[in-house]
Design a binder for this molecule. Structure first.
Ligand code: BG6
Length: 462
């Protein structure tokens, strides 16, 4: 396990703060949250100022890798593509701090904070954003590629486009199937375009994509359920994984979409770029599986619980004509309706490995909890139990021959959980938002350190 990466993962908007500092321009999230008077990431965990302390704590917690994202609005000033040197300097300091502490940086180029100047021109509905993204990615490879050897083009394009264009709970807050398809397609095209730049530029290292992975289960083994499963797998996974790893958008998915959507943006030239520029590895963010049954009735419905205990049990997914999500009664759920199902991670890794035969990183895994952080040490036994079961699943898959190369806890310290605000905590280190953002390791921080230092010897899987 010598070269296995054990780390924690964050995203720029969720932890940095410093939203008006260092020449950073506005992102679509700043505008959306400010305009709607919602809890925002203006300060977040103040990682922008405290990254050294955070990275030092990762090191002291035994971690040997840090997955973080770069904020496009810090690096590229405007639609003309001008580079903001102050933003580059900030990430140089952050990357250097990682190396100083012996921490391997794994860098996500885009984790949802699109510059507002691009959103105003249509954002991911406009092919120009793919071109702008490719320029931005090249700037990142040029400026940081001497030290960063592990890149991810995108974090969770599926979750981002579903939330922003279908559910409408994330910016730009639309509910439109055509837009969902267009934005998803352009993100996958942009990913392939960045891979092309990476390959032709001869940069050293590996480039992959990070996917919100939901292995699909069915309630029975009927033919109808198998069909529902295929629909759901296309919806949740294949659209991203097949496209990135094989270079092909699933043909049956395109056939279905053609019935109601305009796919003329998928030009033969761009499809060739997708086909020719596949990723080196797959990053899987695993929170839960999805169980489905054949579609019976009702309009397409997607309800996500962003309110925790106030809305417990309200989550629902129906994709008209395709499938309906089932929530197994006997399972345990978090206050935000996420099923706790570690077996899904084991099965899922096996499925992905057998299908694509690419190296796998578990780029996010963790549990959101309500926690009282005014105490000296948060005794987060629920998180420890959750991580234990999930790390056991990862190790079992690895021992079974799957090429899993790393595990990243979401998150190394508390951060802003998008529409759930800061009350939904994921960190191994507590951040006292009320008292000067003081950092205090939770029980899980020390537990994870022991896991890493003993190569998982004390993992129980229970
Ligand atoms: C993933 C994202 O979807 O899950 C993170 O990559 C996100 O950005 C994490 O924070 C947990 O989800 P949530 O909605 O509970 O914050």
């Amino acid at each position: 396990m010598n070269d296995f990466l054990w780390g924690g993962a964050t995203a720029s908007y969720q932890c940095e703060g410093g939203w008006q500092e260092g020449g950073r321009v506005e992102s679509m999230w700043d505008v959306y949250l400010h305009e709607n008077h919602l809890e925002n990431g203006d300060v977040a965990s103040d990682h922008y100022h405290r990254f050294r302390e955070d990275i030092r704590m990762m090191k002291e917690g035994g971690q040997n890798s840090y997955r973080f994202s770069l904020a496009w609005p810090r690096i590229i000033k405007n639609r003309e593509g001008e580079v903001n040197q102050e933003g580059v300097d900030f990430y140089n300091r952050l990357i250097d701090a990682c190396l100083e502490y012996g921490i391997t940086p794994m860098v996500t180029i885009f984790h949802w904070d699109l510059p507002q100047y691009l959103e105003e021109k249509g954002g991911w509905l406009n092919r120009d954003t793919c071109v702008a993204y490719t320029h931005y990615a090249k700037v990142c490879f040029d400026r940081f590629g001497d030290r960063v050897k592990l890149w991810a083009t995108f974090n969770e394009p599926r979750y981002y486009t579903n939330s922003g264009y279908l559910i409408g709970n994330y910016p730009p807050g639309h509910q439109d199937i055509q837009e969902t398809v267009t934005a998803s397609y352009y993100m996958m095209l942009a990913s392939a375009m960045a891979v092309e730049v990476f390959r032709t530029g001869g940069y050293d290292g590996q480039i992959g994509i990070v996917h919100s992975f939901s292995p699909v289960y069915t309630t029975d083994t009927s033919v109808e359920s198998a069909i529902a499963r295929r629909f759901a797998d296309n919806f949740y996974n294949n659209w991203i994984l097949d496209t990135a790893a094989i270079g092909e958008i699933p043909g049956d998915l395109l056939g279905e979409l053609k019935k109601t959507c305009d796919l003329s943006m998928m030009t033969p030239e761009d499809l060739a770029v997708i086909r020719q520029n596949r990723v080196d590895y797959l990053g899987l963010n695993y929170y839960a599986r999805v169980m489905v049954k054949p579609y019976e009735s009702g309009e397409t419905t997607l309800i996500v619980n962003n309110q925790g205990k106030k809305a417990k049990g309200t989550s629902q997914t129906i994709i008209k004509g395709w499938f309906e999500q089932v929530r197994p009664e006997s399972s345990r759920y978090t206050e935000w309706d996420t099923e706790i199902f570690p077996e899904g991670l084991y099965e899922g890794i096996r499925q992905v490995w057998n299908k694509y035969h690419l190296p796998i990183y578990i780029t996010e895994n963790g549990i959101g909890l309500y926690e009282d952080t005014s105490v000296k040490r948060v005794e987060d036994d629920d998180r420890i139990e959750f991580m234990d079961m999930h790390i056991a699943a990862v190790l079992k898959a690895k021992e079974g021959g799957c090429d899993v190369r790393g595990y990243y806890a979401w998150s190394p310290f508390d951060l802003y959980s998008w529409k759930n605000g800061t009350e939904k905590r994921y960190g191994l280190v507590a951040i006292d938002y009320e008292n000067g953002l003081e950092r205090r390791p939770k029980k899980s921080y020390y537990w994870y350190k022991d896991v890493i230092e003993t190569d998982g010897k004390h993992i129980t899987g229970k």
